[in-house]
Each structure stands twice: as structure tokens, then as C-alpha cells.
Ligand binder design. Structure first.
Ligand code: FES
Length: 95
């Protein structure tokens, strides 16, 4: 297990541990951090956040809610993203 830290900008909102079977959105919710969501399947982009540091695994091929350009800007979809080691997540998306 590794540490996940959720921020809003520079404000630390909460800390939890990675779980290889549980997407970031659910891990955040379990510690009382609400991330906006809609489809919870990678299609709408509502749950988009920004990866400040670390690695988040996304399914291949990428779902409709995200693309390579967004990923280059640090975007992740928390409803399907799995933390791969310690990560810092900013709830404010890059766009
Ligand atoms: S809630 Fe729709 S992409 Fe995550």
C-alpha cells in the first residue's frame, strides 16, 4: 500500500491508502471527499482531476471521457483511475 493525498489547489483535503482494486473516486468518497461524478465508467469526464505527482493507471484504449492531450496536461479520470504507488491528486482539473 502507498499513500494517496487529495488536494484542492494547495489545500490538503485528506489522506488514504492505495487499493489495487478500487478507483480513486471511491477511495476519496470513503474518507468523505466528494468528487463530482456522473457516469462512473470513464465516458463523461465529470470526475476529472489533476495528477500532481505519481502514476495513475488508466484503461487502454482510453475511454471517451479523456484523451492523450488531456493526460499530458495531467488529467485523470478518478472513477476508473487506479493509483499505482503514492500519488497526489488535485480535485481541480487541468481544464
Ligand atoms: S464519472 Fe464520468 S468519466 Fe468519471
Amino acid at each position: 500500500m502507498a499513500t494517496i493525498r487529495f488536494y484542492r489547489g494547495d489545500l490538503l483535503l485528506g489522506v488514504t491508502e492505495t487499493n489495487p482494486d478500487t478507483p480513486l473516486l471511491e477511495l476519496a468518497e470513503a474518507i468523505g471527499i466528494e468528487i463530482p461524478r456522473n457516469c462512473t465508467s470513464g465516458n463523461c469526464g465529470t470526475c476529472m482531476c489533476r495528477l500532481k505527482s505519481g502514476i495513475v493507471s488508466m484503461p487502454e484504449p482510453l475511454p471517451p471521457g479523456i484523451d492523450e492531450d488531456l493526460i499530458e496536461e495531467g488529467a485523470i479520470l478518478t472513477c476508473i483511475g487506479i493509483a499505482d504507488g503514492p500519488v497526489d491528486i488535485d480535485l481541480i482539473p487541468p481544464i
